[in-house]
Design a protein around this ligand. Structure first.
Ligand code: FE
Length: 264
C-alpha cells in the first residue's frame, strides 16, 4: 500500500503527479486487484454498455495484478491519445480538470484492502483504472472527457463548478445509457461498484430521468451513498452533441435564478 503517498502534501510540480512506482505494490495489493477485477467483470456481464466491454481489453496486459501504467498507456494512447497519470489520491479541482483538458486521467496510486472490497471513500486505482479507462478507449467518450476538462476550468473561474461537477457526476461517474432498448451502465462509479452496478439498473424505486442538460446542472447529488436518481443518455454521439451545442454561460445564468433540485 501507499499510505505514505496518501498522506503526502502536494508533490513537486503543480500537477500533483507522482511516479506510479509499480514495483512497490505488494503481492497482496495485486491479489486485491485480481479479486476485484474477476468479481466486477462477472457482475457487469450484460449490465455494461458495449463500449465498456470492448474497452476492457485495454486492461488485459501481459501480467495479472494492478496494471503498469507505462504498458497500459502505450495501448490507451494509441487508441484515443489519453494517458493515465498517478496521483496520491484526491487532487484539487483545478488540477483535476487541467489533467482532463490535456487528455490525462489522474489515478489514485493505492488500492483498497481485501477487508474493504466495497470501499466508497477516496477513488483508488481500481475505481480509477477499471472504472474509467475502458470508456476512455471510446473516441466519443474520450472527447467528452477532454471537453469536461476545459468546461471545468472555465466553471471554476465563473463560480459555477458546483453545476459542472453535477454534469461530470451524472455522466462520467454515474451515467446510464439506453442501448438496443435496454438500460446499461457506463459511469465509472457504477462500473467499479459491486452493489451500485445492480442497484442503478434494477432498483424499482430509484428515479431514472432522460438526460437533460439543464436538469442535470440543477440536480444535487450525494457522494456518500448510492444515488437517488440517474440520467440516461441515448448514445455517446448525442451526449457529445448536447455538450458541444450547449451555451453553458446562458444556462448558468438561467439556472442561477431557479431553485436547485434535490436528487430525490
Ligand atoms: Fe471516478
Amino acid at each position: 500500500m501507499f499510505a505514505d503517498f496518501r498522506d503526502a502534501t502536494a508533490p513537486a510540480g503543480d500537477d500533483w503527479t507522482i511516479p506510479q512506482n509499480w514495483s512497490h505494490y505488494t503481492v497482496e495489493d495485486h491479489r486485491v486487484w485480481d479479486l476485484l477485477f474477476a468479481r466486477q467483470q462477472a457482475r457487469l456481464a450484460g449490465r455494461a454498455v458495449r463500449a465498456f466491454e470492448e474497452g476492457l481489453d485495454v486492461l488485459r496486459l501481459s501480467h495479472s495484478g494492478i496494471p503498469d501504467f507505462d504498458e497500459l498507456n502505450a495501448r490507451l494512447f494509441a487508441r484515443t491519445g489519453w494517458t493515465v497519470v498517478a496521483v496520491p489520491g484526491l487532487v484539487p479541482d483545478e488540477v483535476f480538470f487541467r489533467h482532463l483538458s490535456r487528455r490525462q486521467f489522474p489515478a489514485g496510486n493505492f488500492i483498497r484492502s481485501a477487508k474493504q472490497l466495497d470501499y466508497l471513500e477516496e477513488p483508488d486505482v481500481f475505481h480509477d483504472v477499471f472504472g474509467h479507462v475502458p470508456m476512455l478507449t471510446n473516441p466519443r467518450v474520450a472527447d467528452v472527457l477532454e471537453m469536461l476538462g476545459h468546461r471545468g476550468l472555465e466553471a471554476l473561474d465563473k463560480g459555477q463548478l458546483h453545476r459542472l461537477s453535477r454534469l461530470y457526476w451524472y455522466t462520467v461517474e454515474f451515467g446510464l445509457a439506453r442501448e438496443d432498448g435496454a438500460l446499461k451502465i457506463y459511469g465509472a462509479g457504477l462500473a467499479s461498484s459491486f452493489g451500485e452496478a445492480g442497484f442503478a439498473l434494477e432498483d424499482e424505486a430509484v428515479a431514472r430521468h432522460r438526460f437533460d442538460l439543464a436538469r442535470v446542472l440543477r440536480t444535487r447529488y450525494r457522494s456518500e451513498a448510492f444515488q437517488l436518481c440517474y440520467f440516461v443518455i441515448d448514445s455517446f454521439d448525442s451526449l457529445l452533441d448536447a455538450l458541444e451545442s450547449a451555451d453553458l454561460d446562458a444556462l448558468y445564468a438561467t439556472l442561477d435564478g431557479l431553485p436547485e433540485l434535490d436528487a430525490g
